[in-house]
Write a protein that binds this ligand. Structure first.
Ligand code: ADP
Length: 877
């Protein structure tokens, strides 16, 4: 393929290839007039992802150049799809007008046909650096994370550039996976030669990840001499911050987005959960990848996107600080107890624009008049909420803290309210966003343009009178500006030398003219219009500056509104589901009365079924529950509901239970036996064991562990032995709270040697030969395994079930007094025809199927075939 630079490329091709090289592995959007064009391999890739036509344009090295293009005005939607598909896009804009290019040619003494409009890459669009409303999901944060390592410690700098929030933290390399899982970034940047994950990270020059440069950049950015007032930052954190800022520089071509002062997150705050636990608990995403079916999908009742994003943060990083948890719970309770006020609050919040993201666009230099309007409206609403809520009695402390952030923008909102029209446009090109009465000079310019427009309208009427041509029109287009148009058959009258009209253009049916008066009025419009636009631009720039100067206060207001929304949303969810406020304690008890699983309960409710609530009572003397019972009996559900209740409680939410007392948990672990993960294609027994090993290494006596069928991924005896050993370690060595579901009957013998372990099972009953799953937890070991009954429930054919029964009886009889399973099977005719094991008469449908199978269709005459059909039909009915 001819993608290599040609021996002698055209000037345009030379320019293109230079930009192409600069864009690296990003797709190059090359601006040509109203289109962004893509060429060569870029075109092939984009055409396939976007499903648009691939054409060709010109030749390069003797071969046609593949090309595709997207219109500039709808480029965002195409960008969104490319970014989703994992691409990065470099935007090459025209950075001078064709007129400027001609001027330049003149100065440089070149023929104007030889000059090419200058183009430059003005921005790299990447998944982690978006600010556009259309490209962002309103209810999801969009994080960019940079990683750096300093002396064995990994620094993580994360920022959501759509709102400017920036957090610095650090962790040892082995916990990086868990930290990244908590953050869930859209894009990760690492230095070249990075030895740790993730695999799809973007590489950036190593020299940019320097802690000195990082500190300097942060100080300069926030105009401080030291970062001390923001918190304590380690070298690793600062190196990561340096890399992050350098990458943002690179992506924005020197213009930095909104970055708020960094916040240090110390590694030991919060409830620790590793990646496997997050995935298995389906906190922000269900196993199938979407929000629906996840915890957040089942509980999010936030009225705003910012609220939903904060709720996701809360759930991803629950707290371990009792006071902070209680503060959130108190606020939820406040709104829970006030349904009428809550409804009013949520309605007000629903009308709120996304303040944080509007600010993010404005600071990044991508703001529109509409974004300024959103700041005005959002801040004004915050002030209204402040006035309303300061009057409320019995305000919890957190509400007072929030209220303090909702006010203080009076000057800015007043100014913006006077300056901007009611609903400002997203484009500035046509002006019209600065309100009338704000600037007398602007009003005058607009009046002048308006007067001239009216004068032109009057002129048309006058010309019709004077020429007697009723169909004469004064029209406007982009090429000619204003002109007079008459049908071709009347043109002669205006062609006369003394008519006062000058000919401009002859069309097929019409002829176009100019006149001195029209020209004069048109110039007045153009001039006044141009001045008016420039005046509006100047006002816009000042308003943007004003917003930027207030950015930190505005961001705090946005955050406070989000916190208010989360509390009201949680209260709403609690009221809806009859949830309760958990009691938080410092001991290691876990007492949940009538707990429920929020996601399973919602799914059952949809199908018109009822969820059976269950208790969980773990104490220091009885901190390990071994849970048996049939498959599908509700073991996994029970385990997870208790983990989710702990998580919700420590995130500051009410919980789906009648009562809950949670002794603060420091680490939460959830493990599922390997075969459950088979569908996700990563089911090796190895994974299961690696994940289990992490628990044994990291869990403490304050941790809470759920183990679901651990040991299932290998042969029976191996699995049993491992499950046994793990249970013992959890019981004796770690001594933490643990729910352990297992189908290994034999494990119940552990109760003999582990005194702080108790046996439980999910109840089932056989009724008229069928298994009924009660989903109810009871004391004691499961009486038997019910495997065959579950298989029958699942629709395994009767002969197979009967055969399995026979095998089982034989096994159980021989196991008692001989050498294990193989010996038991020795005298069983294992491969005996199953039809003989089940002598019952076949059903009519089975009989028919057998006949159909044995019928030789080729040997049948059509008439015989029809007769057979009738006969079979009779037999069936
Ligand atoms: P197990 O882990 O014992 O195989 P699961 O926990 O996966 O069983 O539950 C299987 C199904 O039973 C769930 O998908 C759900 O539909 C239903 N179920 C589980 N627990 C309950 C419950 N407490 N109340 C009602 N239905 C339940």
């Amino acid at each position: 393929m001819a993608d290599d630079p040609a021996a002698k490329p055209t000037p345009m091709m030379a320019q293109y290839l230079a930009l192409r090289a600069e864009a690296g592995e990003a797709l190059l959007f090359y601006r040509m007039g109203d289109f962004f064009e893509l060429f060569f391999d870029d075109a092939r890739r984009a055409a396939q992802i976007l499903d648009i036509a691939l054409t060709t344009r010109g030749e390069h090295d003797g071969a046609a150049i593949p090309m595709c293009g997207v219109p500039v005005h709808s480029a965002e939607s195409y960008l969104a799809r490319l970014i989703k598909a994992g691409c990065r896009v470099a935007i090459a804009e025209q950075v001078e007008t064709p007129d400027e290019a001609k001027e330049r040619a003149k100065r440089e003494g070149l023929p104007s046909s030889k000059v090419l409009v200058k183009r430059a890459i003005v921005r790299l669009v990447t998944a982690g650096t978006l600010t556009e409303e259309a490209l962002l999901e309103p209810r999801r944060a969009n994080l960019l994370v940079a990683l750096a390592e300093v002396r064995g410690v990994i620094g993580l700098a994360s920022c959501d550039i759509s709102t400017g929030a920036m957090v610095l933290e650090e962790c040892p390399p082995e916990l990086l996976g868990g930290s990244l899982a908590r953050l869930g970034p859209s894009e990760v940047v690492v230095p070249e030669d990075w030895p740790h994950g993730p695999e799809d990270a973007i590489l950036h020059p190593r020299a940019r990840f320097s802690s000195d440069a990082g500190a300097e950049r942060l100080q300069a950015l926030h105009a401080v001499a030291t970062l001390d007032s923001f918190g304590q930052f380690s070298r690793a954190m600062l190196a990561a911050a340096g890399g992050l800022i350098a990458y943002l520089d690179h992506v924005g071509r020197g213009s930095l987005p909104l970055l708020l002062p960094p916040v240090a997150r110390s590694s030991d705050t919060g409830l620790a959960m590793d990646a496997a636990t997050r995935t298995s608990l389906e906190i922000l995403e269900s196993a199938s990848g979407g929000r629906s079916g996840s915890l957040i999908g089942a509980i999010d009742r936030c009225s705003t996107g910012a609220g939903a994003r904060l709720l996701a943060e809360d759930l991803a990083a629950p707290l371990t600080d009792k006071a902070a948890i209680e503060a959130r719970l108190q606020l939820v309770e406040f709104w829970h107890a006030r349904p009428i006020e809550r409804a009013r609050l949520r309605e007000a919040l629903r009308a709120l624009p996304d303040l944080g993201r509007a600010l993010g666009r404005v600071v990044a230099g991508r703001g529109s008049p509409r974004d300024l309007g959103q700041l005005r409206d959002g801040l004004a609403e915050a002030q209204r909420l402040h006035s309303w809520l300061t009057g409320a009695p019995d305000r919890p402390a957190l509400l007072d803290a929030i209220l303090g952030q909702l006010t203080g923008h009076g000057a800015l909102t007043d100014h913006f309210a006077r300056a901007l029209v009611q609903s400002p446009p997203t484009e500035r090109g046509n002006g019209g966003y600065i309100a009338e009465g704000f600037d007398p000079v602007l009003d005058e310019l607009r009046a002048a343009a308006g007067n001239a427009r009216r004068a032109i309208a009057a002129m048309e009427a006058r010309y019709r009178d004077e020429t007697g041509i009723a169909s004469l029109k004064i029209r406007h287009n982009g090429v000619l500006g204003y002109f007079i148009e008459v049908p071709a058959r009347h043109a002669d009258r205006l062609m006369a030398p003394d008519s006062g009209f000058t000919h401009r253009q002859t069309m097929k049916d019409a002829v176009r003219f100019n006149s001195l008066t029209l020209h004069a009025e048109a110039s007045r419009i153009a001039e006044a219009g141009g001045h008016a636009l420039a005046t509006e631009e100047a006002h816009f720039a000042r308003l943007v500056e004003e917003a930027i100067a207030a950015r930190e206060a505005i961001a705090r207001t946005a955050a406070a509104l989000a916190r208010l929304d989360v509390a009201a949303g949680n209260a709403e969810r609690a009221a809806e589901g009859d949830w309760t406020r958990p009691a938080i304690t410092h001991d290691t008890a876990l007492a949940i009365t009538a707990g429920r699983h929020p996601v399973v309960e919602a799914a059952l409710a949809k199908a018109g079924e009822r969820f059976v609530a269950n208790d969980c009572q773990l104490t220091t003397d009885n901190h390990l529950w071994l849970i048996g019972g049939p498959n599908m009996g509700g073991k996994s559900t029970f385990l997870r509901q208790n983990a989710l209740i702990v998580l919700l409680a420590q995130a500051g939410c009410f919980v789906p239970a009648e009562a809950a007392t949670i002794g603060l948990v420091d680490r939460l672990f959830s493990r599922v036996g390997a075969s459950d993960n088979l569908a996700r294609g990563r089911s090796t027994f190895m994974v299961e064991m690696v994940e289990t090993a992490a628990i044994l290494a990291q869990a403490t006596s304050r941790s809470f562990v759920i183990l679901d069928e651990v040991g299932r991924g290998t042969s029976t005896y191996d699995g049993l032995a491992l499950a046994w050993a793990v249970a013992e370690a959890v019981h004796t060595t770690i001594a933490c709270r643990c729910l352990f579901a297992t189908h290994y009957h034999e494990l119940s013998r552990l109760a003999g040697s582990c005194e702080r372990l108790s046996l439980h099972h999910v109840r089932a009953r056989e009724w008229q030969g069928d298994l009924v799953l009660l989903h109810e937890l009871a004391q004691g070991p499961a009486d038997r395994s019910y495997g065959l009954a579950v298989a029958k429930l699942a629709g395994l054919p009767a002969p197979v079930i009967a055969r399995a029964k026979a095998v089982l009886e034989k096994l159980e009889a021989t196991r008692e007094h001989s050498g294990g399973i193989a010996a038991g099977l020795g005298d069983l005719p294992l491969f005996a025809a199953q039809a003989r094991a089940e002598p019952a008469a076949p059903s009519p449908a089975d009989a028919l199927a057998a006949k159909l199978r044995s019928a030789d269709l080729d040997a049948l005459a059509p008439r015989e075939a029809l007769d057979l059909l009738y006969q079979w039909k009779r037999e069936l009915s």
